[in-house]
Design a protein around this ligand. Structure first.
Ligand SMILES: Cc1ncc(COP(=O)(O)O)c(C=O)c1O
Length: 518
């Protein structure tokens, strides 16, 4: 072994910051550990004594000794009485372990932590991982400004009532509120949801079939996990909900875009695919994003197709509480006699998105499979919020809030349509404005909706481009892929109106006009 002078240290200056909150011994420890794991200090290399180190750094011996002790205890150093301290010889010689260096002093100095040598090995990610990255960066989603899709009127949420209910349960929580709980969810909430769905949505269900989820996104993920194997084919509305596509891609499925017409998904096109489609994703009450309703005959055809082919139907009933011209449309699940439909819903729109609560109505024979999938995923949703939401529903606040929001959203929708008409004339074609919390404006042919959305985002406006709802922008990788190409004839913008006041809507449309002109 080559002998090195005892005071030899790598050429990277070891500077300490005595004013930093990280103690000196910890700064020393971090420095040595990084130098060892990144190979600047080699196995067997001798280190200065604590006395020399302390003198060189003009600190007391105590932090130096503490750092050495800790490094020795963790196996980075070895000490021999009379022979000093060395880097442990058991450390692999070519080690590049990329350990984490911490401490406020670390960030401030250019030499702290010691420079890392990038590792050469290229690590593969899964083909699913690659497929998931195909969505373009969606800057418009990071904005809570006017037209943010799916954003309810947060300033009209009854926070007074809500916070009282939270306090009621948080101040003196029952044991069950703080411990582990049932993967299917809090039973009284499941009972309240089942009653609501039976009465208002025409869903056939019992409380035991309700699985409380972390929003519908988890409902889609769990459905994909329980129902699909990698490479299974899943039919999806085209255009359709991009996050649903992501959930199926994450499960390794082949997503097959099926065009929609005035009645929703084209069942004839589904049938033409033969027997090999394992599931189909639909939004029958309010097609996302275009807004049409699937009529009775199309629903029958879809159920017949599923019965014939043995496919599952995943029904996403995300905002059907808000229908303005008529009563809410009943769920497709209510027509299903063959336990074919997995029904997902959410509290994101009728309460608020950060609540992260939703539900699945699981066919009775799949309850244990879904419960196990949930258990394997994240065990269960926050019990406190489930308990609070149960009271919110049981005490009538939920129904009252929905009634108030229905009126408010009707006004906001009218304000948006009016603003588009007065400020834009006939330049934009408005579609899908009879229900829900968003509408779509079609742009004049040839306009790039993604570029317009990006420009609008710079002005604080969140206008999602319609083209991202088409599968055509998604690549065709092996596992987890999208087959076929969506036919996007015209770009458009999806404009949410629930979260903006009429004044914000008006200002928002003038900014959107500027983005269009640019
Ligand atoms: C079609 C569709 N489904 C579901 C959701 C709700 O998702 P989550 O419950 O995960 O917030 C949305 C919200 O944007 C949506 O547009």
């Amino acid at each position: 072994m080559t002998r090195v002078p005892t005071s030899f240290l790598p050429p990277i200056a070891l500077e300490l910051d005595s004013r930093a909150r990280t103690p000196l011994y910890r700064q020393l420890y971090d420095w040595f550990r990084t130098a060892i794991t990144e190979g600047q200090l080699r196995p067997g290399q001798r280190l200065p004594s604590t006395r020399t180190l302390a003198a060189e750094l003009k600190i007391s011996r105590i932090p130096a000794a503490n750092a050495y002790d800790q490094l020795a205890a963790e196996g980075y150093l070895e000490t021999f009485p009379g022979a000093g301290t060395r880097v442990a010889r058991s450390i692999p010689n070519d080690t590049l372990l990329f350990s984490q260096t911490v401490g406020p002093a670390a960030g401030k100095r250019s030499n702290w932590p010691p420079q890392r040598t990038p590792r050469q090995t290229v690590r593969r990610v899964s083909r699913r991982g690659v497929a998931l990255r195909q969505l373009p960066p969606q800057s418009w989603l990071n904005i809570v400004g006017p037209f943010r899709v799916s954003l309810p009127a947060l300033d009209h949420f009854p926070l007074g009532v809500w916070s009282k209910l939270v306090a009621r349960h948080a101040r003196k929580p029952a044991k069950g509120v703080m411990g582990y709980a049932d993967a299917m969810g809090y039973l009284p909430l499941r009972e309240a949801i089942a009653e609501y769905l039976r009465t208002v949505r025409g869903v056939r269900c019992e409380a035991r079939q309700i699985l409380v989820t972390t929003g519908s996104q988890q409902g889609l993920q769990l459905s994909a996990q329980v129902l699909l194997d990698p490479k299974d084919r899943v039919g999806m509305e085209e255009p359709g909900y991009p996050s649903a596509r992501q959930a199926f891609l994450a499960a390794g499925a082949h997503v097959i875009p099926i065009p929609v017409d005035q009645e929703g998904i084209n069942v004839a096109r589904l049938s033409s695919l033969g027997q090999g489609v394992r599931a189909v994703y639909v939004t029958p009450s309010h097609q996302y994003p275009l807004g049409m309703v699937m009529g009775a005959s199309r629903r029958m055809l879809l159920l017949q197709w599923a019965a014939r082919t043995g496919a599952w139907i995943i029904e996403d009933d995300y905002d059907s509480e808000y229908r303005f011209g008529s009563r809410p449309i009943a769920a497709l699940q209510g027509l299903d006699t063959g336990s074919t439909v997995i029904y997902t819903g959410t509290f994101s729109k009728v309460m608020f998105p950060a609540l992260r609560l939703g539900y699945i109505v699981v066919p009775a024979h799949l309850i244990s499979a879904f419960a196990a999938a949930r258990d394997a995923a994240d065990v269960f949703s926050s019990t406190l919020y489930q308990v609070v939401l149960t009271d919110f529903i049981r005490e009538g606040h939920f129904a009252r809030h929905i009634r108030r929001m229905r009126m408010l959203y009707m006004e906001r929708r009218a304000a948006l349509v009016q603003a588009i008409r007065t400020q834009m004339g006939d330049a934009l074609e408005v579609i899908g404005s009879e229900a829900g919390m968003h509408l779509v404006v079609l742009l004049p042919p040839g306009m790039d909706d993604v570029a317009i959305s990006r420009r609008a985002a710079q002005l604080g406006i969140s206008a999602a481009p319609l083209s991202t709802c088409y599968a055509k922008s998604i690549s065709r990788a092996g596992v987890g892929s999208v087959h076929g190409v969506g036919r996007l004839r015209r770009g458009g913008l999806i404009l949410g109106y629930a979260g903006a006041s009429p004044r914000e809507i008006n200002d928002g449309i003038s900014k959107l006009r500027m983005s269009l002109r640019a």
